[in-house]
Design a protein around this ligand. Structure first.
Ligand code: PLP
Length: 475
Protein backbone atom coordinates (compact mmCIF):
# COMPACT_ATOMS: atom_id res chain seq x y z
CA UNK A 1 0.00 0.00 0.00
CA UNK A 2 1.55 3.32 -0.97
CA UNK A 3 0.05 6.21 0.92
CA UNK A 4 3.03 8.32 1.84
CA UNK A 5 1.64 10.02 4.89
CA UNK A 6 4.44 9.14 7.23
CA UNK A 7 7.02 6.82 5.96
CA UNK A 8 8.70 8.48 3.02
CA UNK A 9 9.57 11.79 4.64
CA UNK A 10 10.87 10.06 7.72
CA UNK A 11 13.19 8.00 5.54
CA UNK A 12 14.43 10.94 3.45
CA UNK A 13 14.94 14.05 5.48
CA UNK A 14 14.22 17.13 3.42
CA UNK A 15 16.32 20.21 3.89
CA UNK A 16 15.47 23.84 3.16
CA UNK A 17 18.05 23.93 0.37
CA UNK A 18 16.15 21.13 -1.46
CA UNK A 19 12.97 23.19 -1.60
CA UNK A 20 13.60 25.44 -4.61
CA UNK A 21 14.08 22.24 -6.64
CA UNK A 22 11.05 20.55 -5.15
CA UNK A 23 8.77 23.51 -5.84
CA UNK A 24 6.03 22.80 -8.36
CA UNK A 25 6.37 25.49 -11.02
CA UNK A 26 9.86 26.51 -9.91
CA UNK A 27 11.03 27.31 -13.41
CA UNK A 28 7.82 28.77 -14.73
CA UNK A 29 8.48 31.45 -17.29
CA UNK A 30 5.83 34.14 -17.75
CA UNK A 31 5.37 36.87 -20.36
CA UNK A 32 6.46 40.41 -19.53
CA UNK A 33 6.76 43.64 -21.52
CA UNK A 34 10.43 42.77 -21.94
CA UNK A 35 9.94 39.15 -23.03
CA UNK A 36 9.57 35.92 -21.05
CA UNK A 37 11.07 35.82 -17.54
CA UNK A 38 11.23 33.28 -14.72
CA UNK A 39 8.44 34.02 -12.24
CA UNK A 40 9.26 35.05 -8.69
CA UNK A 41 6.47 34.53 -6.19
CA UNK A 42 6.46 36.91 -3.24
CA UNK A 43 2.77 36.49 -2.53
CA UNK A 44 3.03 33.60 -0.08
CA UNK A 45 0.95 35.29 2.62
CA UNK A 46 -2.00 35.01 0.25
CA UNK A 47 -1.33 31.43 -0.87
CA UNK A 48 1.69 29.25 -1.29
CA UNK A 49 2.51 27.00 -4.21
CA UNK A 50 3.15 23.34 -3.43
CA UNK A 51 6.06 20.91 -3.39
CA UNK A 52 6.74 17.68 -5.22
CA UNK A 53 6.44 15.38 -2.16
CA UNK A 54 2.97 16.80 -1.55
CA UNK A 55 1.75 16.38 -5.12
CA UNK A 56 3.38 12.91 -5.20
CA UNK A 57 1.32 11.99 -2.15
CA UNK A 58 -1.82 13.40 -3.75
CA UNK A 59 -1.28 11.42 -6.97
CA UNK A 60 -0.47 8.32 -4.96
CA UNK A 61 -3.58 8.77 -2.82
CA UNK A 62 -5.81 9.31 -5.86
CA UNK A 63 -5.27 5.65 -6.78
CA UNK A 64 -7.00 4.78 -3.54
CA UNK A 65 -9.47 7.63 -3.49
CA UNK A 66 -13.07 6.87 -2.65
CA UNK A 67 -15.68 8.62 -0.51
CA UNK A 68 -15.19 8.30 3.23
CA UNK A 69 -17.32 6.89 6.07
CA UNK A 70 -19.66 3.99 5.73
CA UNK A 71 -18.36 2.92 2.33
CA UNK A 72 -17.72 -0.81 2.54
CA UNK A 73 -15.19 -1.13 -0.29
CA UNK A 74 -11.51 -1.38 0.46
CA UNK A 75 -10.80 2.01 -1.12
CA UNK A 76 -13.46 3.69 0.96
CA UNK A 77 -12.06 2.10 4.10
CA UNK A 78 -8.56 3.17 3.20
CA UNK A 79 -9.72 6.71 2.36
CA UNK A 80 -11.57 6.88 5.69
CA UNK A 81 -8.44 5.73 7.47
CA UNK A 82 -6.27 8.34 5.69
CA UNK A 83 -8.83 11.07 6.42
CA UNK A 84 -9.08 10.24 10.13
CA UNK A 85 -5.34 9.66 10.47
CA UNK A 86 -4.88 13.13 9.00
CA UNK A 87 -7.13 14.53 11.71
CA UNK A 88 -4.75 13.08 14.32
CA UNK A 89 -1.76 14.54 12.47
CA UNK A 90 -3.38 17.99 12.47
CA UNK A 91 -4.31 17.69 16.17
CA UNK A 92 -0.75 16.76 17.05
CA UNK A 93 0.59 19.60 14.87
CA UNK A 94 -1.19 22.22 16.99
CA UNK A 95 -1.11 20.45 20.37
CA UNK A 96 -4.88 19.91 20.50
CA UNK A 97 -6.28 17.69 23.23
CA UNK A 98 -8.65 15.35 21.41
CA UNK A 99 -10.42 14.34 24.63
CA UNK A 100 -11.66 17.91 25.01
CA UNK A 101 -11.26 19.35 21.55
CA UNK A 102 -12.30 18.46 18.05
CA UNK A 103 -10.63 19.04 14.69
CA UNK A 104 -13.18 20.09 12.08
CA UNK A 105 -12.20 20.36 8.43
CA UNK A 106 -13.59 23.31 6.50
CA UNK A 107 -12.83 24.95 3.18
CA UNK A 108 -10.57 27.71 4.49
CA UNK A 109 -9.90 29.85 7.55
CA UNK A 110 -12.78 32.18 6.68
CA UNK A 111 -15.29 29.35 6.66
CA UNK A 112 -13.83 28.07 9.92
CA UNK A 113 -14.33 31.44 11.67
CA UNK A 114 -17.82 31.80 10.23
CA UNK A 115 -18.70 28.34 11.51
CA UNK A 116 -17.46 29.19 14.98
CA UNK A 117 -19.28 32.52 14.90
CA UNK A 118 -22.56 30.68 14.29
CA UNK A 119 -21.91 28.00 16.89
CA UNK A 120 -20.32 30.02 19.68
CA UNK A 121 -22.92 30.53 22.43
CA UNK A 122 -23.62 34.24 22.86
CA UNK A 123 -26.41 36.04 24.65
CA UNK A 124 -27.64 39.61 24.36
CA UNK A 125 -25.08 41.99 25.83
CA UNK A 126 -22.17 39.57 25.46
CA UNK A 127 -19.06 41.01 23.89
CA UNK A 128 -16.57 39.66 21.39
CA UNK A 129 -13.27 41.45 21.87
CA UNK A 130 -11.17 41.65 18.74
CA UNK A 131 -8.47 44.06 17.56
CA UNK A 132 -7.72 46.65 14.92
CA UNK A 133 -5.13 44.30 13.45
CA UNK A 134 -7.53 41.69 12.15
CA UNK A 135 -8.11 40.33 8.68
CA UNK A 136 -11.72 40.94 7.63
CA UNK A 137 -12.30 37.22 8.11
CA UNK A 138 -11.80 37.62 11.85
CA UNK A 139 -13.88 40.79 12.02
CA UNK A 140 -16.98 40.59 9.86
CA UNK A 141 -18.29 37.20 11.08
CA UNK A 142 -18.23 38.54 14.66
CA UNK A 143 -20.23 41.63 13.76
CA UNK A 144 -23.04 39.33 12.69
CA UNK A 145 -22.72 37.26 15.84
CA UNK A 146 -22.93 40.01 18.45
CA UNK A 147 -21.43 43.13 19.92
CA UNK A 148 -17.81 43.65 18.90
CA UNK A 149 -15.27 45.80 20.73
CA UNK A 150 -11.81 46.53 19.35
CA UNK A 151 -8.46 46.65 21.07
CA UNK A 152 -6.46 49.59 19.70
CA UNK A 153 -2.90 49.72 18.47
CA UNK A 154 0.29 51.25 19.74
CA UNK A 155 2.12 53.75 17.52
CA UNK A 156 4.30 51.00 16.04
CA UNK A 157 1.22 49.10 14.82
CA UNK A 158 1.36 46.36 17.46
CA UNK A 159 -1.68 45.51 19.55
CA UNK A 160 -1.81 47.74 22.62
CA UNK A 161 -1.49 45.55 25.70
CA UNK A 162 -2.55 48.54 27.75
CA UNK A 163 -5.76 48.94 25.76
CA UNK A 164 -6.34 45.17 25.89
CA UNK A 165 -6.12 45.18 29.68
CA UNK A 166 -8.27 48.33 29.88
CA UNK A 167 -10.99 46.69 27.77
CA UNK A 168 -10.83 43.53 29.88
CA UNK A 169 -11.17 45.67 33.01
CA UNK A 170 -14.01 47.75 31.54
CA UNK A 171 -16.14 44.91 30.17
CA UNK A 172 -15.01 42.06 32.44
CA UNK A 173 -17.13 38.91 32.27
CA UNK A 174 -19.31 40.37 29.52
CA UNK A 175 -16.44 39.46 27.18
CA UNK A 176 -17.13 35.92 26.12
CA UNK A 177 -14.55 35.61 23.39
CA UNK A 178 -11.26 37.23 22.50
CA UNK A 179 -10.80 36.79 18.72
CA UNK A 180 -7.28 37.63 17.68
CA UNK A 181 -4.81 36.92 14.93
CA UNK A 182 -1.71 34.89 15.72
CA UNK A 183 0.28 37.09 13.34
CA UNK A 184 -0.49 39.98 11.03
CA UNK A 185 -0.83 39.52 7.28
CA UNK A 186 0.24 43.16 6.83
CA UNK A 187 3.19 43.81 9.13
CA UNK A 188 4.15 40.25 10.05
CA UNK A 189 3.90 41.07 13.77
CA UNK A 190 3.50 37.99 15.96
CA UNK A 191 1.13 38.46 18.86
CA UNK A 192 1.94 37.42 22.42
CA UNK A 193 -0.57 34.59 22.61
CA UNK A 194 0.47 33.40 26.08
CA UNK A 195 -0.22 36.83 27.53
CA UNK A 196 -3.48 37.31 25.63
CA UNK A 197 -4.78 33.84 26.50
CA UNK A 198 -3.97 34.16 30.18
CA UNK A 199 -5.61 37.56 30.52
CA UNK A 200 -8.66 36.51 28.50
CA UNK A 201 -9.14 33.48 30.73
CA UNK A 202 -8.78 35.63 33.83
CA UNK A 203 -12.09 37.34 32.97
CA UNK A 204 -13.68 34.02 32.00
CA UNK A 205 -13.48 34.63 28.23
CA UNK A 206 -12.36 32.07 25.66
CA UNK A 207 -9.78 32.81 23.03
CA UNK A 208 -9.85 32.19 19.30
CA UNK A 209 -6.55 32.45 17.46
CA UNK A 210 -6.72 33.15 13.74
CA UNK A 211 -3.54 31.32 12.81
CA UNK A 212 -3.91 31.69 9.04
CA UNK A 213 -0.56 33.52 8.99
CA UNK A 214 1.05 31.98 12.06
CA UNK A 215 0.59 28.28 11.35
CA UNK A 216 2.86 28.18 8.26
CA UNK A 217 5.70 29.92 10.10
CA UNK A 218 5.74 29.10 13.81
CA UNK A 219 4.95 26.04 15.96
CA UNK A 220 1.61 26.33 17.75
CA UNK A 221 0.74 24.64 21.01
CA UNK A 222 -2.89 24.93 22.08
CA UNK A 223 -1.87 23.50 25.50
CA UNK A 224 -3.95 21.53 27.97
CA UNK A 225 -6.84 23.34 29.64
CA UNK A 226 -5.11 23.40 33.02
CA UNK A 227 -2.22 25.44 31.61
CA UNK A 228 -3.95 28.83 32.05
CA UNK A 229 -2.59 29.92 28.69
CA UNK A 230 -4.37 27.38 26.55
CA UNK A 231 -6.00 28.28 23.25
CA UNK A 232 -9.71 27.43 23.07
CA UNK A 233 -10.18 27.76 19.31
CA UNK A 234 -7.76 27.84 16.43
CA UNK A 235 -8.21 28.24 12.68
CA UNK A 236 -5.82 28.05 9.76
CA UNK A 237 -5.69 27.26 6.05
CA UNK A 238 -3.83 24.55 4.15
CA UNK A 239 -3.43 26.75 1.07
CA UNK A 240 -1.01 28.97 2.98
CA UNK A 241 0.96 25.86 4.00
CA UNK A 242 1.95 24.46 0.62
CA UNK A 243 -1.20 22.34 0.30
CA UNK A 244 -3.46 24.45 -1.94
CA UNK A 245 -6.17 21.87 -2.35
CA UNK A 246 -9.04 23.58 -0.56
CA UNK A 247 -8.90 22.79 3.16
CA UNK A 248 -9.24 24.89 6.28
CA UNK A 249 -9.07 23.76 9.89
CA UNK A 250 -11.12 24.68 12.94
CA UNK A 251 -10.02 23.23 16.27
CA UNK A 252 -12.20 23.93 19.25
CA UNK A 253 -13.84 22.79 22.45
CA UNK A 254 -16.01 19.75 21.82
CA UNK A 255 -18.73 21.10 24.08
CA UNK A 256 -19.21 24.17 21.85
CA UNK A 257 -20.12 21.94 18.94
CA UNK A 258 -21.83 19.16 20.91
CA UNK A 259 -24.63 21.47 21.98
CA UNK A 260 -27.24 22.66 19.51
CA UNK A 261 -27.77 22.08 15.83
CA UNK A 262 -24.94 21.75 13.33
CA UNK A 263 -24.05 24.88 11.42
CA UNK A 264 -24.77 23.24 8.05
CA UNK A 265 -27.26 20.41 7.70
CA UNK A 266 -27.53 17.68 5.11
CA UNK A 267 -25.80 14.37 4.43
CA UNK A 268 -23.34 13.01 6.95
CA UNK A 269 -24.52 14.96 10.00
CA UNK A 270 -27.32 12.68 11.19
CA UNK A 271 -27.78 9.30 12.83
CA UNK A 272 -31.43 9.12 11.94
CA UNK A 273 -33.94 11.19 10.03
CA UNK A 274 -37.69 10.87 10.13
CA UNK A 275 -40.10 13.20 8.38
CA UNK A 276 -40.47 15.06 11.67
CA UNK A 277 -37.04 14.80 13.30
CA UNK A 278 -33.30 14.69 12.64
CA UNK A 279 -30.98 13.14 15.23
CA UNK A 280 -27.51 14.61 14.92
CA UNK A 281 -24.53 12.32 14.81
CA UNK A 282 -21.34 12.71 16.86
CA UNK A 283 -18.49 15.11 16.26
CA UNK A 284 -16.63 15.77 14.07
CA UNK A 285 -19.04 14.49 11.39
CA UNK A 286 -21.82 16.58 12.92
CA UNK A 287 -20.00 19.70 11.74
CA UNK A 288 -18.73 18.38 8.41
CA UNK A 289 -21.88 18.21 6.31
CA UNK A 290 -21.58 16.70 2.85
CA UNK A 291 -18.52 15.07 1.33
CA UNK A 292 -15.34 16.55 2.77
CA UNK A 293 -12.24 17.48 0.78
CA UNK A 294 -10.49 14.19 1.43
CA UNK A 295 -7.66 14.81 -1.04
CA UNK A 296 -7.04 18.27 0.39
CA UNK A 297 -6.89 16.87 3.91
CA UNK A 298 -4.36 14.23 2.87
CA UNK A 299 -2.30 16.97 1.19
CA UNK A 300 -2.38 19.01 4.41
CA UNK A 301 -1.05 16.02 6.39
CA UNK A 302 1.72 15.65 3.92
CA UNK A 303 2.57 19.36 4.26
CA UNK A 304 2.73 18.92 8.04
CA UNK A 305 5.03 15.94 7.57
CA UNK A 306 7.20 18.09 5.34
CA UNK A 307 7.39 20.77 8.06
CA UNK A 308 8.34 18.09 10.59
CA UNK A 309 11.03 16.82 8.29
CA UNK A 310 12.47 20.31 7.75
CA UNK A 311 12.25 21.28 11.43
CA UNK A 312 10.97 24.61 12.78
CA UNK A 313 14.40 25.91 13.64
CA UNK A 314 15.62 25.67 10.06
CA UNK A 315 12.36 27.08 8.68
CA UNK A 316 12.37 30.07 11.02
CA UNK A 317 16.03 30.79 10.39
CA UNK A 318 15.65 30.65 6.63
CA UNK A 319 12.70 33.03 6.58
CA UNK A 320 14.39 35.35 9.08
CA UNK A 321 17.48 35.53 6.88
CA UNK A 322 15.38 36.44 3.85
CA UNK A 323 13.44 39.02 5.86
CA UNK A 324 16.55 40.63 7.35
CA UNK A 325 18.19 40.80 3.94
CA UNK A 326 15.10 42.26 2.27
CA UNK A 327 14.72 44.89 5.00
CA UNK A 328 18.39 45.87 4.74
CA UNK A 329 18.08 46.29 0.98
CA UNK A 330 14.71 48.04 1.04
CA UNK A 331 15.92 50.53 3.64
CA UNK A 332 18.60 51.67 1.23
CA UNK A 333 16.07 52.83 -1.33
CA UNK A 334 15.06 56.39 -0.32
CA UNK A 335 11.65 56.15 -2.04
CA UNK A 336 10.63 53.13 0.08
CA UNK A 337 8.52 53.70 3.21
CA UNK A 338 8.33 50.53 5.29
CA UNK A 339 5.63 49.71 7.85
CA UNK A 340 5.92 47.78 11.10
CA UNK A 341 9.20 46.70 12.65
CA UNK A 342 11.84 47.55 10.05
CA UNK A 343 14.88 46.52 12.09
CA UNK A 344 16.61 43.61 10.32
CA UNK A 345 17.96 42.49 13.72
CA UNK A 346 14.40 41.62 14.77
CA UNK A 347 13.66 39.50 11.71
CA UNK A 348 13.42 36.24 13.70
CA UNK A 349 10.71 37.72 15.93
CA UNK A 350 8.35 38.48 13.07
CA UNK A 351 7.09 36.89 9.86
CA UNK A 352 8.54 37.49 6.42
CA UNK A 353 5.66 39.74 5.43
CA UNK A 354 6.84 43.23 4.46
CA UNK A 355 4.55 46.08 3.43
CA UNK A 356 5.82 49.30 1.90
CA UNK A 357 4.98 52.27 -0.24
CA UNK A 358 7.12 53.85 -2.90
CA UNK A 359 7.43 57.64 -3.13
CA UNK A 360 4.33 59.15 -4.69
CA UNK A 361 3.62 56.17 -6.90
CA UNK A 362 0.34 54.39 -6.25
CA UNK A 363 0.90 50.97 -4.66
CA UNK A 364 -1.13 49.35 -7.44
CA UNK A 365 1.17 50.86 -10.08
CA UNK A 366 4.30 49.62 -8.31
CA UNK A 367 2.80 46.14 -8.09
CA UNK A 368 1.88 46.29 -11.79
CA UNK A 369 5.40 47.30 -12.83
CA UNK A 370 6.88 44.50 -10.73
CA UNK A 371 4.58 42.04 -12.44
CA UNK A 372 4.48 43.23 -16.05
CA UNK A 373 8.15 44.13 -16.24
CA UNK A 374 9.86 42.06 -13.56
CA UNK A 375 7.69 38.89 -13.47
CA UNK A 376 7.52 39.35 -9.70
CA UNK A 377 4.22 38.47 -8.03
CA UNK A 378 3.36 40.66 -5.03
CA UNK A 379 0.07 41.97 -3.63
CA UNK A 380 -1.11 45.57 -3.33
CA UNK A 381 -3.96 47.23 -1.49
CA UNK A 382 -5.28 46.64 2.00
CA UNK A 383 -4.86 42.85 2.11
CA UNK A 384 -8.38 42.38 3.50
CA UNK A 385 -7.36 44.29 6.61
CA UNK A 386 -8.70 47.77 5.87
CA UNK A 387 -9.00 49.11 9.43
CA UNK A 388 -5.43 47.99 10.16
CA UNK A 389 -3.91 49.36 6.96
CA UNK A 390 -5.70 52.68 7.39
CA UNK A 391 -4.34 52.85 10.93
CA UNK A 392 -0.74 52.17 10.02
CA UNK A 393 -0.99 54.69 7.18
CA UNK A 394 -2.20 57.22 9.80
CA UNK A 395 -5.14 58.33 7.69
CA UNK A 396 -7.23 61.15 9.13
CA UNK A 397 -11.00 60.95 9.55
CA UNK A 398 -11.49 63.51 6.74
CA UNK A 399 -9.31 61.48 4.40
CA UNK A 400 -11.26 58.38 5.27
CA UNK A 401 -14.60 60.10 4.66
CA UNK A 402 -13.48 61.47 1.26
CA UNK A 403 -12.20 58.09 0.32
CA UNK A 404 -15.37 56.33 1.35
CA UNK A 405 -17.32 58.64 -0.96
CA UNK A 406 -15.04 57.89 -3.88
CA UNK A 407 -15.08 54.15 -3.40
CA UNK A 408 -18.85 54.09 -3.07
CA UNK A 409 -19.05 55.98 -6.36
CA UNK A 410 -16.99 53.15 -7.88
CA UNK A 411 -13.76 55.05 -8.16
CA UNK A 412 -10.92 53.08 -6.63
CA UNK A 413 -8.08 55.17 -8.08
CA UNK A 414 -7.02 56.44 -4.66
CA UNK A 415 -7.63 53.37 -2.58
CA UNK A 416 -5.15 53.47 0.30
CA UNK A 417 -2.81 50.60 0.81
CA UNK A 418 0.68 49.33 0.31
CA UNK A 419 2.72 46.83 -1.66
CA UNK A 420 3.28 43.57 0.20
CA UNK A 421 6.03 41.04 -0.33
CA UNK A 422 5.81 37.82 1.65
CA UNK A 423 8.32 35.01 1.69
CA UNK A 424 7.98 31.26 1.60
CA UNK A 425 10.39 28.48 2.47
CA UNK A 426 11.59 28.10 -1.11
CA UNK A 427 12.39 31.78 -1.79
CA UNK A 428 16.02 32.78 -2.19
CA UNK A 429 18.27 35.79 -1.70
CA UNK A 430 18.72 35.99 -5.48
CA UNK A 431 15.01 36.49 -5.87
CA UNK A 432 15.11 39.36 -3.39
CA UNK A 433 17.94 40.85 -5.44
CA UNK A 434 15.64 40.79 -8.45
CA UNK A 435 13.00 42.69 -6.51
CA UNK A 436 15.53 45.27 -5.33
CA UNK A 437 16.90 45.70 -8.84
CA UNK A 438 13.40 46.36 -10.14
CA UNK A 439 12.72 48.87 -7.38
CA UNK A 440 15.93 50.70 -8.23
CA UNK A 441 14.77 50.83 -11.85
CA UNK A 442 11.43 52.26 -10.80
CA UNK A 443 13.23 54.84 -8.65
CA UNK A 444 15.26 55.99 -11.65
CA UNK A 445 12.16 56.18 -13.83
CA UNK A 446 13.30 53.24 -15.95
CA UNK A 447 9.91 51.63 -16.51
CA UNK A 448 7.17 51.63 -19.10
CA UNK A 449 5.16 54.84 -19.02
CA UNK A 450 2.09 53.45 -20.73
CA UNK A 451 0.19 51.99 -17.76
CA UNK A 452 -3.54 52.59 -17.75
CA UNK A 453 -5.60 52.74 -14.60
CA UNK A 454 -8.87 50.84 -14.41
CA UNK A 455 -10.67 53.21 -12.04
CA UNK A 456 -13.35 50.77 -10.99
CA UNK A 457 -10.85 48.11 -10.03
CA UNK A 458 -8.03 50.42 -8.96
CA UNK A 459 -5.62 48.31 -11.02
CA UNK A 460 -2.98 49.25 -13.55
CA UNK A 461 -2.10 47.37 -16.74
CA UNK A 462 0.13 48.30 -19.66
CA UNK A 463 -1.71 49.62 -22.69
CA UNK A 464 -1.95 47.13 -25.59
CA UNK A 465 -0.38 44.22 -23.67
CA UNK A 466 -2.76 41.36 -24.27
CA UNK A 467 -2.11 37.92 -22.85
CA UNK A 468 -4.05 34.81 -23.88
CA UNK A 469 -4.06 32.78 -20.68
CA UNK A 470 -5.41 29.81 -22.64
CA UNK A 471 -2.06 29.58 -24.41
CA UNK A 472 -0.41 28.85 -21.04
CA UNK A 473 -3.01 26.60 -19.51
CA UNK A 474 -5.84 24.92 -21.34
CA UNK A 475 -9.19 24.00 -19.92
C1 PLP B 1 -4.70 36.64 9.12
C2 PLP B 1 -5.64 36.01 8.12
N1 PLP B 1 -6.80 35.52 8.56
C3 PLP B 1 -7.67 34.93 7.73
C4 PLP B 1 -7.40 34.82 6.40
C5 PLP B 1 -8.39 34.16 5.50
O1 PLP B 1 -7.88 32.95 5.06
P1 PLP B 1 -8.65 32.13 3.95
O2 PLP B 1 -8.49 32.89 2.68
O3 PLP B 1 -7.95 30.82 3.93
O4 PLP B 1 -10.04 32.01 4.35
C6 PLP B 1 -6.20 35.32 5.90
C7 PLP B 1 -5.90 35.25 4.46
O5 PLP B 1 -5.07 35.94 3.93
C8 PLP B 1 -5.29 35.93 6.78
O6 PLP B 1 -4.13 36.42 6.36
Amino acid sequence: MSIHLETELQKHKTSITDLPNLLIGADTVVPTLHGPKRYVNFDNAASTPTFQPITDAVISFLRWYSNVHRGTGFKSQLSSWAFERSRDIVAEFVGADLDKQVVIFTMNATEAINKLSRRFPLERGDIILTTLMEHHSNELPWRRAGKVEHVGLDDDGTISKYDFLSKLAAFGSRIKLVAISGASNVTGYINDLDFLAEKAHDVGAKILVDAAQLAPHRPIDMKPHDAKRWIDYLVFSAHKMYAPFGVGVLVGDRETFEQGDPETVGGGVVDMVTLEEAYWTDLPEKEEAGTPDIVGVVALSKAIRLFQSLGWEAMIQHEAKLTAYALQQLKQIPEVTLYGDIDPANAAQRLGVISFNFGDLPHALVAAILSYEGAIGVRAGCFCAQPYVKSILHMSDEELKALEKQILSRDRSHVPGAVRVSFGLYNTKDEIDRLIEMLHKIASGDYNKGYVLNKEKGEYAPRDFVVEFGEYFGL
